[in-house]
Write a protein that binds this ligand. Sequence first.
Ligand SMILES: Cc1cc2nc3c(=O)[nH]c(=O)nc-3n(C[C@H](O)[C@H](O)[C@H](O)COP(=O)(O)OP(=O)(O)OC[C@H]3O[C@@H](n4cnc5c(N)ncnc54)[C@H](O)[C@@H]3O)c2cc1C
Length: 759
Amino acid sequence: MQSSNAPALRDIVLIGGGHSHAVALRMFAMHRAPGVRLTLICTDTDTPYSGMLPGYIAGHYTHDEVHIDLRRLAEFAGARYFHDEVIGIDRAAQQVLCRHRPPVPYDALSVNIGSTPQLDEVPGAAHYSVPVKPIRQFNERWLALLTRVRAHAGPTTIAIVGGGAGGVEMTLAMQYRLSRELRAMGRRPDELRFHLCSASATLLATHNAAVRAAFMRTLTERGVRVHLNATVTQVRERTLQIASGEFIDVDEVLWVTQAGGAAWLRDTGLALDAAGFIKVRDTLQTETDPAIFAAGDCAAFTARPLEKAGVFAVRMGAPLAHNLHRLLAGETLRRYRPQMRWLALISTGDKHAVASRGRVVYARGDWVWRWKDRVDRRFMRKLSEFPEPMPPSSDSRVPAVALAPEEQTQAISALAMRCGGCGAKVGATVLSRALGRIQPIDLPEVVIGLHAPDDAAVVRVPAGKALVQTVDFFRAFVDDPYIFGRIAANHALGDIFAMGGDAHTATAIATVPPGLESKVEDTLFQMMSGAVDVLNAAGCALVGGHTGEGQELALGFAINGLIDEPLDAVMTKGGLRPGDALILTKPLGTGTLFAAHARLQARGRWIDAALVSMQISNRAAASALRAHGAAACTDVTGFGLLGHLVEMTRAAGVDAEIDLNVLPVLDGAVETAAAGILSSLQPANVRLRRALRNQEAAVRHPHYPLIFDPQTAGGLLAGIPAGQAEATVAELRALGYPSAVCIGRAMPPGTDVESITLR
Ligand SMILES: Cc1cc2nc3c(=O)[nH]c(=O)nc-3n(C[C@H](O)[C@H](O)[C@H](O)COP(=O)(O)OP(=O)(O)OC[C@H]3O[C@@H](n4cnc5c(N)ncnc54)[C@H](O)[C@@H]3O)c2cc1C
């Protein structure tokens, strides 16, 4: 986490990781404003850079070369990254509404979500065509189309609807790529047929005549049939109908026409243009609400209509970043003046491009492609290669935001060293407001809990049950309090499930960094919402807790579970029997991945996947393991796989053998471990290598470092009667543990005190 230690005084929230926000994040990284907390909310961690998209389709770039890694960029900028979909804005409450989390408050807001295809206007288009927009899901759609074309026997006809730069570039890029694909498969490229349909009388209507003529020539040479004045009126299975009444037989339809604004914008009350884009002033503030800005394709610049092009989205990034800061500092906003003419470098798919600017400039050649390639790669480098993280600025105690007098008092208090005489507790009002908004489940056994708070909770233990108790506490390793809350709760519950118990009640202990009361309240609310969502789903009632101020956000739980008497169902570490199959339910690697994340060395999608894995509950897995005869079980956490396995073998007096080849690992963990990026706990865990019988042989195996990797909210490791292993793994996978696998077996004790053999 790269966030500064300065207390949060104001929130800038960025919706969507389009080109403008990517540039703005880079600006924010270079000029950090103390007291300003940044949050980026985006559906896609990998967001495509439009300028290189046709080159990717043509096969000249890899996926990672053309995608901006928003999680890494946000981390570099010190911004919180919320991987979520925005579904609305509550302007009265100044909150962003998300699909999978509580509302996110803002002081200044910016929207950069691109555009959405207007497929509903043409019957059948939504069902039978592949829209290029929204650009975020295009990669999956393109890969699916590629697979279909490869598998299609005989000639394939592809129609592209849209005669702008996007449509023309896509046609030529696809023609180039698919011809090569067929050739590589030993098939003839002339099995491919292309139609390009444009509703207007010319292609590339916003470009000069020389450019238009050059592209007409190229398309004809490449066998593309161009249909002008050809408005598509209907799409049916394998047929396209155009306004003239003509039908074109097709196998695939690609939709690259002008798109509109996202439907949810209509409910925001912001003024929109006819296409549903947000009307903005020349400061990029919306016409309706000065606290809300919009940029890129989703903005309708009312001073002068702008083409929906990445070039404008990119150029808006810097003025947007400055104006967001100026708004919060109470300064006058500056005007964004879009250029009248801009240079477009339009590729023809075959590492050749055309330069177009205004009414006259036209040039073409391989050198234009190389030029474009250099410009695009330089742009991407700025968003993916970062200098060392910025040290907090020396004047970080001086808020760069305008505060009301009452807020200034709170800010001074947050900046001052707390005396601690108050027990560093969070104020009662903040606490009760934050907790009043969360809704823990109620259980009949809870006599006194959060519903009627007192000095302590009073809980009855039902007859015939024994208590299972555990406590866990750790500091936030991710800048998203809601997700952190979910993982902290899930991690704490893991111990109860590993024993074979049912979670019943929990008390929480939390520390929250000081700041304005409203910010502290929201952080606490977000974190506890995440935790309570998980506790509730586990049937566990939150009955009390303690919250203090601390330098870092941290959360822990004391959890009470219940287990039936007599205690036959308890799964202990010592229950491992020689011959038992060792089952691991989740992949390894969270330690190295988050160490790499902190150093900006992990790909955002690896962290996304790790966070998903960390939120998977061990509850269903524990029941399945128990049902299949597990007598021994533990959750794999801080000591890593080896540490927890040694705890089991020691307690049971057995040896074990594990197969490094089959160990499930999270995406990216092998790469980050191989790069020597390991958790700070790793050295302590590595001391247990003395338990290994043949480590010399295994030390070079790429999975070797991961057996020491400390896990947060890791999976269960259990001993199962060998005959049950296959059925158990199948059931676990069906239950939502796709990586569950048998990793080895327990063996009769040898002569060594403890001995684990690696295969
Ligand atoms: C095939 C093709 C080629 C093109 N080539 C060029 C070119 O060479 N040069 C050029 O200048 N322009 C080009 N364009 C146009 C260009 O793609 C767009 O103008 C540009 O992508 C707009 O950028 P943006 O910043 O507005 O948003 P986008 O790049 O569309 O990004 C929007 C972001 O918002 C996120 N998002 C969307 N909805 C939500 C939500 N509800 N909640 C959270 N996040 C959300 C998405 O995940 C995405 O990260 C091309 C377009 C196409 C179709």
